[in-house]
Write a protein that binds this ligand. Sequence first.
Ligand SMILES: Nc1ncnc2c1ncn2[C@@H]1O[C@H](COP(=O)(O)OP(=O)(O)O)[C@@H](O)[C@H]1O
Ligand SMILES: [Mg+2]
Length: 355
Amino acid sequence: MIGGKKKCIGLIFGGHSNEHEVSISSAKTVFQAFNAQINKERFTVKAFYINKYGYWLDSDISEKILIGEIENYKTKKQETFNQEKINFLDGIEFQNVDVWFPLLHGFNGEDGSIHGLLKFTKKPLVGCGILGSALGMDKILMKSIFSNLKLPQVNYLVFQNEDFNNEEIKNKLINEILNKLNFPVFVKPSNSGSSLGISKVKNESEILQALEKARGIDQRILVEEGLEVREIECGIIGKSKLSTSEIGEVKYESDWYDYDSKYYSNNQITIPAEIDSKITKEIKEIAIQSCRALNIFGFARVDFFLEKSSNKIFLNEINTIPGFTKNSMFPMLWKASGLKIEQLVAKLVDISLDL
Ligand SMILES: Nc1ncnc2c1ncn2[C@@H]1O[C@H](COP(=O)(O)OP(=O)(O)O)[C@@H](O)[C@H]1O
Ligand SMILES: [Mg+2]
């Protein structure tokens, strides 16, 4: 690079999360984008793979995973069990890193934990901070902040795991669901992602099983009224000023957007979404408002429902480390907005450096 040193990007991926595999795919795409011709002069990448048990592996192995030289990296026994000593700050060579790019979806990453750890390195990172990440991951807190701002959301109820240990309280709560919400309802763990732990419940007989499933993932549970919806997504990037991408619609063949339909089927993505320009404008405004409310910046994908019968908008959730695979909505939204993936990753680094 003329007149300056190349920036070293510390790309962190994998992770102790149920979205481990998705993270590897995202990181492969981002790695390629940084190594593209237009970025080669500006950036180098140092890869950091965290295995499923939370153990950090060295950059050589990590890079081999990204270029596909190692498929299905199997964790060696000592790596799995030698956990008394966290090997991050003293064992991993991160001194050369100029900017972190954590691409850890879900737990132990997207929830703010990686952001907290990286703060101690005093290096900037792509994405938002601890607070925005934690709020973006927690559906219950996210929703209560959105309610304070009167942003449009579906009706919902909140439960604690322990409420279900007492038979009497449990029955009372199930009655509350029956009285306050219409079927179908969606039962969700407050913290999760990629639809894991979520069930669509069509009638009373299915509630308990759905609650059990969600309880397996989180202490706190959200029950939402299910609507017949179109799924609309909007990208944001920026720091002091947030910009929105075009908005997109995803259509799938299954009944709802569950894990398999997210990752194993040919979904149809339409960008820009075929919706009224007034609604598009409103969605973009709510996308920015909702990110500001949660202190989310850097990059994020804000997801909406558009009720089929009424054309009403409902804010669903914000993903602070959205999927970055080749088929992911986030890079596609920005491509349609004039930023190819190579330009997008460079822009995200510039944003994190306030350039
Ligand atoms: N209230 C709802 N009405 C209709 N569909 C819903 C509702 N809540 C969730 N869904 C379906 O479940 C999917 C996953 O829910 P979401 O809350 O976005 O969880 P995740 O964070 O795992 O993506 C949505 O994309 C949608 O298909
Ligand atoms: Mg979602």
